[in-house]
Design a binder for this molecule. Sequence first.
Ligand SMILES: [Zn+2]
Length: 193
Amino acid sequence: MAEKPQPVQVLYCAVCSLPAEYCEFGPDFEKCKPWLIENAPETYPDLIRDANEKEADKVSEQLQSVSVSGEGAAAGGTSTTKQEEVKRLPGGKIKKKEKKEVVIEKVVRNKRKCVTTVKGLDLFGVKLSDASKKLGKKFASGASVVKGPTEKEQIDVQGDISYDIVEFITETWPDVPENAIYFIEDGKKVAAA
Ligand SMILES: [Zn+2]
């Protein structure tokens, strides 16, 4: 019956008040970007990638400024004010609010090899190494804890287990409510429940 997966309720951008998918057509996409990265990362995966790249730039900048400030100190230390400016520019720490949810994504690697990634179980107090073992056993498949693209740990399970996994998760870890489980399908986040 179900022809289309039910989308998650529409997420409105707090910056321009359009639905998040439409921000890029909105009046000021640039201003929306930080909000989108925080709140609608699946809608704009590119932004995350860009942000990560910028983050990497920032780190290398900081490394440079550290080495420069080292020189400055050796030379007598008159350049400290300049250094502080440089350091403050990138805007301090990025605070990350984390929504408590488990996100499951089927990823096809090397054309045929399918991997199902499970992110967020740790947010519900599940030990990932333990979860990985249980998933591997349940699905008779290789499962491992790996670092995802944003340096956060996730579980990779070989094969497409996305059909049975929701039931397994809610049965095995009752603290994870079904309505906190999402799938990524065609780049969109879809509620499992
Ligand atoms: Zn917006």
